[in-house]
Each structure stands twice: as structure tokens, then as C-alpha cells.
Design a binder for this molecule. Structure first.
Ligand SMILES: Cc1cc2nc3c(=O)[nH]c(=O)nc-3n(C[C@H](O)[C@H](O)[C@H](O)COP(=O)(O)OP(=O)(O)OC[C@H]3O[C@@H](n4cnc5c(N)ncnc54)[C@H](O)[C@@H]3O)c2cc1C
Length: 412
């Protein structure tokens, strides 16, 4: 168990950092907790920023996890607007941008990720937006005026949520995706096609398989030129072409990094007494038996909690089937597991799709059928060999398939 004289420094006051501070106290950690973040806000959750905030249904402040006085009341020294510039692991010290040196007994890195810039996109052109922070969301929301033309560059989850919100606010929306399918990194094309069909049915124009050549404008954006020569007039452009994990701080200090900061199941980096959690990590998932880098609410929340418990002295591995949700055009999409390059896709009606590898479930995606997701998650955990026909048969409850799978696994 950790001692009351220890100091835990958390760098990055986003969702993971905030939840870790909370979890340290919940785990009984009695030492000093310092939470340092570059943004001016208290820790907040980002999912609303592409949904209710863009729809102007609620203010961005609704995303804030706890008000500022919560931190003082729980003995967490929250320092916002403070960037950590360097780590001196030998001295167990971090150095802030304003030159302060802060020692730590344990350091938890929750530095998250930043938007990936679109190559060649001009700087400072009015009407061109990225979406990561509260400020980004407020700026974009202010531009979503009925009748305007919007081009969304990037058909990932964020891009498709922005498209959905903009359409609902009365804009004419075109999504441009250079891959031949939407959601190329996270879903097999056969499942992503259902998301494409949803958007097309609501009137979103999709331009798949063609990259953007250039964004034109003079002070303000005018149009987006595609590599095939097409010009899409635009009053607003939203770019969502992925994120980059903020690994540099730890890499410079010598931490192992490979598509994210490498951590083990206990959230330990390769540096002594340095842990990491959230978007910035690349971790080994024992259920999937592979390494993953996740960009999700669940991972920011639960990996941070596990990291905090380990720091507080309770050895606990982080082992969860990845879960993600997205809300688009009135459809709640939930997925558990991960997409693999070669998957057999099985549909159960039109609302649930499964991805199997060698007969074992690795991915399930539910469209307005989130209630089934918990059974799918447990089917993934069971690693049972499953019959495609029975998975496809909506007359057989997933719950019953799960009972069969767990019974046969426990039968000697
Ligand atoms: C618009 C949007 C919508 C989303 N919707 C969903 C959704 O529907 N479902 C879902 O599962 N996930 C969603 N996500 C993903 C989810 O929000 C992220 O995975 C989550 O925010 C990651 O949390 P984090 O704390 O690891 O990182 P971040 O949220 O990136 O926080 C990291 C913080 O660290 C700070 N920082 C970085 N470096 C330093 C430094 N050197 N010094 C000090 N501070 C530093 C950053 O400024 C930032 O505040 C969405 C994300 C976005 C942007």
C-alpha cells in the first residue's frame, strides 16, 4: 500500500486524468495528488462535443466532470493552463513550461491525443474546423446555420457524428473519405456500409474513395477540390482525419512507444514509477490476446481507474473487451471487440452484425440494439466456437447462445 507522504503527479487533465485523480482517492490513496493540464477547463468528457453541443441542445459546460471546488474538497491540486514540457525520470521530476520542477513518487501520464492535421490544409482559413476541445466545438456549433453547405473531410466516427449534427441543423452535408468505405479503421466494410446507408437515406452526400486535393478560399473557405477534379462548394469544412497520441513527452524521457505509449496490463510504462492511461497508451489486452490503442470513453475511464488502483497499491490488470458507442441520425451504434483484417461477417437481421475469426466472436456492432451488446461482449470473452447459422438466427436469443457457450466451456 502507498504511503501518505507519497506524491502522485498526473499529467493531462482530460477524462483519464480526472478519473484517475478521483479513483486514487476512492482507492484510499492518502498522499498528495497533483493534476496538471494544459487546457483551461476542469477535466471534461469529449463525446458531447460532436453530439448535443453541436446540436446546441446543451452548453459545452455540460461536459465538465466535476466543478473546480470538487478537486479542492477531495485534496486534488488541480493546475490548469499548465503544460508539462519535460520529464527527468532519473530525478523523478517533471518540468512545466513556466520552469517549475515538481517531484513525484509516481507519475501517471494521461496526455491523450490531438487532431491529425490534414496535409496541405491552409492555416487560418475561416470556416475550416477541427474538433477536439470545448472551444473547437463551440466555434463549429456557431457556424452550423441552416442552408449552409458543409463538407466533412474524413468518414470516421467523429466525421460522421459532425455530419449527422450538421444535417439535423439544416445544412447540406457532403462527406469525403479517401478510403472506399466509411469507418475504414474501425469496422469491416460490410458493416460500415450500413452506416453509409443510414447517412445516404437521410440525405448526406458521400464521396468515397477519393482524396481531397485542396481546400480553396480567400480569407474564408469557398470550396473543397477533390483529387478527381470535382469541386464541392463549402461554407463550412470540418476535418476529422484521425488523431495522434501525445507520446512525445514520455518518448523524450526514454519511454518505449509503438503506436502509443507501451504499457503493460498494470498500466506501467517502461520507465520506473511512470504509468499511463487513456488515448495515449498502447496496451496488451489479455482477452483479445493482442495489443491495442483505443480512442474511447471506456478506455479513458476504466484504464485510468485501473492505473490509479495500481498506483495506490492494489495490483489489478486492465482487461476489458473494448466498447464504443456513437449516435448518428437518431441511431445509436454500439460496438464491442475489435475489427480484424480477415473476419467472417454474420448479420442477425439488420440490427446486429458479428465479426468472427476462425469461428470465434471478435466484434459485434448493434444498431439501435444496445441491449444485446452485453451478451455479445460475454460471447467474445468466452472465446467459444460459435455456429454462424445460430448467430444469424434471430429466433435464438443471444442470451441462450451465451449459456450454451459457457456451459460447453465448463463441461469437462
Ligand atoms: C468530439 C469527440 C467525440 C467523441 N465521442 C466519443 C463517443 O461517442 N464514444 C467514445 O467512446 N469515445 C468518444 N470520443 C473519444 C473520447 O472522448 C477520448 O477517447 C477521450 O477523451 C480520451 O481521454 P484522455 O483523457 O485519454 O485524453 P484527452 O481527452 O485527449 O485528454 C488529454 C489532456 O491532456 C492534456 N495534455 C496533453 N499533453 C499535456 C502536457 N504535456 N501537459 C499538460 N497537459 C497535457 C491535453 O490538453 C488534454 O486536455 C470522442 C472524442 C471526441 C474528440
Amino acid at each position: 500500500m502507498s504511503s501518505a507522504t507519497e506524491r502522485v503527479l498526473i499529467v493531462g487533465a482530460g477524462q483519464a486524468g480526472g478519473r484517475a485523480a478521483e479513483a486514487l482517492r476512492a482507492a484510499g490513496f492518502a498522499g498528495e495528488v497533483v493534476l496538471i493540464g494544459e487546457e483551461r477547463h476542469e477535466p471534461y468528457e469529449r463525446p458531447r462535443l460532436s453530439k448535443s453541443v453541436l446540436l446546441s441542445e446543451e452548453p459545452a459546460a455540460a461536459a465538465i466532470i466535476h466543478p473546480r471546488d470538487w478537486y479542492a474538497a477531495h485534496g486534488v491540486a488541480l493546475r490548469t493552463r499548465t503544460r508539462v514540457e519535460a520529464i527527468a525520470p532519473g530525478r523523478q521530476t517533471v518540468i512545466t513550461a513556466d520552469g517549475q520542477r515538481l517531484e513525484y513518487d509516481k507519475l501517471l501520464l494521461c496526455t491523450g491525443s490531438r487532431v491529425r492535421p490534414l496535409t496541405g490544409a491552409p492555416d487560418g482559413l475561416q470556416g475550416v474546423h477541427y474538433l477536439r476541445t470545448i472551444e473547437d466545438s463551440e466555434r463549429l456549433a456557431a457556424e452550423l446555420l441552416p442552408g449552409r453547405r458543409m463538407v466533412v473531410i474524413g468518414g470516421g466516427f467523429i466525421g460522421m457524428e459532425v455530419a449527422s449534427s450538421a444535417l439535423k441543423r439544416g445544412l447540406a452535408v457532403t462527406v469525403v473519405e479517401r478510403q472506399g468505405a466509411l469507418l475504414d479503421r474501425v469496422l469491416p466494410p460490410a458493416i460500415a456500409a450500413q452506416v453509409a446507408a443510414l447517412h445516404t437515406a437521410h440525405g448526406v452526400a458521400l464521396r468515397l474513395g477519393v482524396p481531397v486535393a485542396r481546400i480553396h478560399g480567400n480569407g474564408a473557405v469557398k470550396c473543397v477540390e477533390l483529387a478527381d477534379g470535382a469541386e464541392l462548394p463549402a461554407d463550412v469544412v470540418a476535418i476529422g482525419v484521425g488523431i495522434i497520441p501525445n507520446t512525445e513527452l514520455a518518448e523524450t524521457a526514454g519511454a518505449a512507444s509503438s503506436d502509443g505509449l507501451v504499457v503493460d496490463e498494470y498500466c506501467r510504462t517502461s520507465l520506473a514509477n511512470v504509468y499511463a492511461a487513456g488515448d495515449v497508451t498502447n496496451h496488451y489486452n489479455p482477452i483479445l490476446d493482442r495489443r491495442v490503442r483505443l480512442e474511447s470513453w471506456q478506455n479513458a475511464q476504466n484504464q485510468a481507474i485501473v492505473a490509479a488502483r495500481n498506483i495506490a497499491g492494489t495490483a489489478q490488470p486492465y482487461a476489458e473487451v473494448p466498447w464504443f458507442w456513437s449516435d448518428q441520425l437518431g441511431t445509436n451504434i454500439q460496438m464491442v471487440g475489435v475489427a480484424e483484417p480477415q473476419m467472417d461477417i454474420v448479420w442477425r437481421g439488420s440490427r446486429i452484425a458479428f465479426g468472427l475469426v476462425q469461428g470465434r466472436l471478435r466484434l459485434a456492432v448493434a444498431f439501435n440494439a444496445g441491449g444485446e451488446i452485453r451478451f455479445a461482449r460475454r460471447l467474445i470473452e468466452s472465446r467459444a466456437l460459435l455456429s454462424k447459422d445460430r448467430l444469424a438466427d434471430a429466433a435464438i436469443k443471444l442470451k441462450d447462445l451465451l449459456s450454451e457457450a459457457t456451459c460447453s466451456a465448463s463441461t469437462p
